[in-house]
Design a protein around this ligand. Structure first.
Ligand code: ASP
Length: 428
């Protein structure tokens, strides 16, 4: 059985059991599922544990084997351009759908008051976290690490990527036998990390079952009803972008069959959905790009860790809808100039957001501030917090799909022929 089939079975089974516990109000089942939750967390920790060795080893080998630093510059340029462009398109889709449906004008006064009371405290805590979070300028400045080991320890991928690329470039000018010794060592680390990921993924279906069952069992279904239109607007936008924009990009820019692409990568968005974290999904993302799509290590090892850190189309789209929703609820009109600001700040805020659960709702505060909604931040966040977990799962799926689509685009424009990776060869 394929990995994605197993994950899907775990996911559906988890959802069914979760719904039974939730709708049936079966308390023993709810607390049993709650007690199982640490197993899900253990799985997330297991996959996250491979991120640092895998990213360092794979990126180092990738950079060192490029040989030509101009190629790295070219790949970098294309990657950044693709990431910025697709994120701006994502925000625009979010804005268009929100302008057409106007989800904020469909929430009545009682719901608003009820939600503010229920989540007001939580929202205040998020605002404190936002005050601590670095701004995107600081994030950009923080690209150069003072201590790469510390960057690794803090899982700060951007500075770690910067250091690893510099180090990889340096290795290319080191004399033999040292060059081969270093590259050979990291090739070994890279392969061992891949083996580790395969082992850990054996557990994925069970972990996904536990994670999803616990989320669904604890979910306030009544909330879903009162925020249904808002939720549907986000979901519609994400579907349009995840299946429309990328398919178009893959067809037009990468000249590959989008359906084949989706078929080969589907385990990745499913895992992202279950973990709500681009970072935790990263090892599988890299493995899938190389093994299933046939993207070269040089491209995958550069494009994907960068994407998990700075490319979040789903998050940016969600932020655009959230800003419009909050503005509509409070009757504050946002004209086209304001919405242009939303396009820019949501694109930048998603760069600043880390690939971890709920990061997007914290950087949303930056976007709200940018269009003069400071006064509505706490109350606005309180309104949407209740459905944030489920939307986080969905937007993370789009985030990682975007990263993979970029790896396909870059690989193709570098003259690689896709869909003939080791997995495809095994199947043939
Ligand atoms: N959870 C998202 C990710 O890891 C970030 C977010 O939107 O909160 O990609």
């Amino acid at each position: 059985m394929q990995l994605y089939t197993k994950i899907l079975i775990g996911l559906i089974a988890g959802a069914v059991v979760g719904v039974i516990a939730n709708v049936g109000g079966i308390e023993p089942l709810q607390s049993f599922l709650g007690a199982l939750e640490p197993l899900g967390t253990a799985f997330i920790n297991l996959i996250t544990m491979v991120v640092i060795p895998l990213v360092v080893a794979s990126l180092l080998v990738g950079t060192a084997s490029l040989g030509d630093l101009r190629k790295l510059g070219r790949i970098g340029g294309k990657t950044l351009l693709y990431y910025m462009m697709t994120t701006a398109i994502a925000v625009t889709i979010g804005l268009v759908v929100s302008n057409v449906v106007r989800p904020g004008s469909r929430v009545d006064e009682t719901t608003r008051v009820e939600l503010s009371e229920r989540y007001g405290g939580d929202a205040a805590a998020r605002m404190d976290m936002a005050a601590e979070a670095p701004s995107w300028v600081e994030t950009l400045m923080g690209v150069i690490p003072r201590n790469p080991v510390q960057a690794a320890a803090n899982m700060d991928l951007l500075p770690l990527i910067f250091f690893t690329i510099m180090f990889g470039a340096a290795i290319t000018v080191v004399d033999e036998p040292y060059r081969n010794q270093v590259v050979g060592f990291f090739q070994g680390v890279n392969q061992a990390s891949m083996v580790l990921i395969n082992w850990i993924m054996e557990l994925a279906p069970y972990a996904v079952f536990v994670l999803i069952a616990a989320v669904v069992a604890n979910f306030g279904l009544d909330l879903m009803r009162s925020l249904l239109v808002y939720t549907l607007v986000v979901v519609t936008g994400l579907l349009l972008h995840g299946l429309g924009t990328y398919a178009l990009m893959l067809r037009v820019l990468a000249r590959i069959n989008p359906i084949e692409f989706y078929k080969r990568i589907v385990a990745v968005p499913l895992l992202a959905f279950s973990t709500s974290s681009s970072n935790a999904t990263l090892p599988l993302t890299i493995e899938t790009a190389e093994q299933e799509l046939g993207v070269s290590n040089e491209v995958a090892s550069f494009v994907l860790p960068l994407g998990a850190t700075i490319n979040m189309d789903g998050t940016a789209l969600y932020q655009a809808v959230a800003v419009m929703f909050i503005a509509q609820i409070y009757g504050i009109p946002l004209d086209w100039a304001d919405q242009l600001i939303v396009v820019m700040t949501a694109t930048l805020a998603s760069i600043g957001a880390a690939g971890v659960p709920s990061a997007g709702i914290i950087t949303l505060i930056i976007v709200l501030n940018s269009v003069g909604l400071q006064g509505q931040v706490q109350a606005g966040i309180a309104l949407i917090l209740g459905v944030d977990r489920i939307l986080d799962m969905l937007r993370t799926s789009v985030n990682v799909t975007g990263d993979l689509s970029c790896s396909a685009f870059v690989a193709r424009t570098e003259g690689e022929s896709l869909f003939d990776g080791p997995a495809a060869q095994r199947a043939a």
